[in-house]
Ligand binder design. Structure first.
Ligand code: VGL
Ligand code: ZN
Length: 197
């Protein structure tokens, strides 16, 4: 069984959003068109409480895109984004969310960020997605969405490590590309055995 995992296609990651990814909206229609080809469709939704610890605004004297050391390791600080129940946290208006079997939210704990759809950034706190996929008999995943070098990358690497067969459709992803993060992400995905399509 083969699932399509659509990562964070939300207003704040699209042009005009708080953490806009260039051309992030271009992938919406082709992702809609792809949904029918899969046994299951899962959407992820970045879903932060106001004042989340990944926001630069929560750290005195820090600006967006600076790094900070968190108890679980280094963390990029972001502009406030995807705040629970805000318009920016909504899916892109044209994404066909009605076709999703499951919508899984992540990043809702104030003290820890969660790029991956499988584990929070401590790499140990599970989101529950693995259990959902396994109990549905899903062993193959295709990932698309935003952003290639953060949430798609972390999700793909975790999925491969968990033993799923994983492909990333790079043409249906867009990247933030911070200080070479896209190149590093491609390398880590290839290293983990993810197929870049
Ligand atoms: C993401 C940065 C912060 C992503 C989410 O979806 O790639 N990036 N939160
Ligand atoms: Zn986030």
């Amino acid at each position: 069984m083969h699932a399509l995992i659509v990562i964070d296609v939300q207003n704040d990651f699209c042009p005009g959003g708080a953490l806009a990814v260039a051309q992030g909206d271009e992938i919406v229609q082709p992702i809609n068109a792809l949904m029918a080809e899969f046994d299951a469709v899962v959407l992820t939704q970045d879903w932060h409480p106001a004042g989340h610890s990944s926001f630069a605004s929560a750290h005195e004297g820090k600006a967006p895109f600076e790094m900070i050391d968190m108890p679980y390791g280094p963390q990029v600080l972001w502009p406030d984004h995807c705040i629970q129940a805000s318009p920016g946290a909504n899916f892109h208006m044209e994404l066909e969310t009605d076709r999703a079997d499951l919508i899984i939210r992540k990043g809702f704990r104030s003290a820890i960020d969660s790029y991956s759809a499988f584990f929070e950034n401590d790499h140990t706190t599970p989101t529950g997605l693995e259990g959902y996929l396994r109990t549905r008999g899903i062993d193959r995943l295709t990932l698309v969405g935003l952003a290639t070098d953060f949430c798609v990358n972390y999700s793909a690497v975790d999925a491969a490590r968990l033993g799923f067969s994983v492909a990333v459709r790079e043409d249906l992803c867009r990247a933030i590309d911070l200080d070479g993060s896209l190149k590093a992400a491609r390398e880590s995905m290839m290293q983990a055995g993810v197929t870049l399509e």
